[in-house]
Design a binder for this molecule. Structure first.
Ligand SMILES: [Mn+2]
Length: 430
């Protein structure tokens, strides 16, 4: 028997929190009314906001040095779905999952789709993996995949991506995310021009296999595992590839895949303007691709990204429908707790961005009132929107106090009994 948190358990937990929430919500509503901000459109936008969970995020991640598995980790894709459903049940902002092949071993897509729908879950973009060798594979990705000098390796990598599209289509996904680790560790090791040309040639073969209503998301990353050069290192390379491939190719922004001081929100603005913003892999970082929980290091940066997105929506930007996904590695936390927390922090940044007085901001910008404009942004960022988020969760059947409620359910302890360690739980960092 699989343990699930009973919905009445959440409702009962909410009873203890509702009075305080009502008071806090009313106080915030009064404050927002005073500031001339209508509450209903903000609540409606928040209720519609969804961010996809990474299937690899429900297992304990690791570093280059070690992985410390926790008790009760999911041992296969069905158990991963169970954990994702629990995140969704508590936080109510994550009704879809992004799968990663072949980390997710899917023998029977129809059965998996049925199981997911029973849990109220759907499938977001699927991810291919040509950055590690699989048992029995004829070719090795040691020196690259889609850009490898050997055509046989490139063909194997192309075939895997096309297999991912087919599997994703059977599950109801509409996009393929391609991240490759291809690059070089030594100056002179690879030809910087011809490796990019081989990338384009390989991607054209994958692009040709996309169903009519599909997109391919190109994910760039500055460095790692290659430390001298990476073929798709930045948004410029990603954009060049997306433009050459065609309208179904767009650029995915993983927040951790940039140099520490890069202005990511400006990259977002450029991609919106160019109609090439695919969406996001949300996470946070202090140094590099740390894959820490969203909003745990620099919530202001997350807010500034959402400020660009809300601005784009308000301006009616063309072909603007970004896909939101979490991409994190949980090394020292219960992954379910981290995913609940991150989903809410991402939603928080969105809520704060919705509170920006855009007319006043535009006016301040026109008048070149630097500090006045900054104060308008900070007024939104400094607003504690917690009661709004809790109210939206409550209305959708989620927990007013997410972490407290999840812990009180003893979900992990139940799973530790149900799922004896198999030692094969997969998780990853991309
Ligand atoms: Mn990523």
């Amino acid at each position: 028997m699989t343990f699930r948190i009973d919905q009445t358990f959440i409702e009962q937990a909410n009873v203890a929190e509702i009075s305080a929430l009502d008071q806090d919500h009313e106080a915030l509503a009064r404050q927002l009314r005073r500031r001339g901000i209508a509450l209903e459109p903000v609540l409606a936008a928040l209720a519609e906001f969804h961010v996809a969970l990474p299937s690899w995020g429900v297992g304990t991640g690791g570093t280059r040095f070690a992985r410390f598995p926790m008790q009760g980790e999911p041992r296969g894709i069905f158990e991963k779905l169970d954990d994702c459903a629990t995140v969704q049940q508590i936080a109510r902002a994550t009704p879809t999952i992004s799968l990663h092949f072949p980390w997710d071993n899917v023998d029977d897509p129809a059965a998996l789709k049925t199981y997911a729908h029973k849990l109220g879950l759907g499938f977001d973009a699927v991810n291919s993996n040509t950055f590690q060798d699989q048992p029995g594979a004829a070719q090795s990705y040691r020196f690259g995949s889609l850009t490898h000098t050997d055509a046989a390796v490139r063909e194997q990598a192309i075939a895997h991506n096309i297999a991912c599209i087919k599997l994703g289509a059977a599950l109801g996904s509409k996009a393929l995310t391609v991240w490759i680790g291809d690059g070089s560790n030594f100056a002179g090791q690879a030809n910087l021009t011809t490796s990019f040309e081989r990338y384009l040639e390989s991607m054209k073969a994958i692009y040709a296999a996309l169903p009519a209503d599909w997109q391919v998301f190109i994910e760039h990353k500055l460095y790692e595992p290659a430390f001298y050069s990476t073929v798709i290192a930045d948004w410029g390379s990603s954009l060049a590839a997306a433009v050459e491939l065609g309208p179904k190719a767009k650029c995915l922004v993983d927040l951790g895949h940039h140099a520490p001081t890069v202005n990511i929100e400006q990259i977002v603005a450029r991609l919106v303007h160019l109609r090439k913003l695919a969406g996001f892999h949300f996470n946070d970082s202090r140094y590099g691709d740390d894959d820490l929980d969203s909003g745990s290091v620099d919530p202001f940066r997350l807010f500034l990204v959402f400020n660009e997105l809300v601005d784009a929506k308000a301006r009616g930007a063309a072909e603007f429908a970004p896909a939101y996904m979490i991409d994190q590695s949980h090394n020292v936390t219960d992954p379910v707790e981290s995913l609940i927390t991150s989903a809410i922090e991402i939603q928080r940044a969105y809520a704060q961005a919705l509170l920006v007085d855009r007319a006043a901001l535009a006016e301040a910008q026109t008048r070149n009132d630097a500090l006045g404009a900054h104060h308008i942004l900070k007024a939104a960022f400094n607003t504690d929107v917690s009661p709004l988020l809790a109210e939206v969760r409550r209305q959708a059947g989620g927990a007013i106090a997410p972490l407290k409620t999840y812990r009180a359910s003893c979900y992990r302890a139940h799973k530790a009994r149900e799922r004896p360690a198999s030692g094969i739980a997969s998780a990853g960092i991309v």
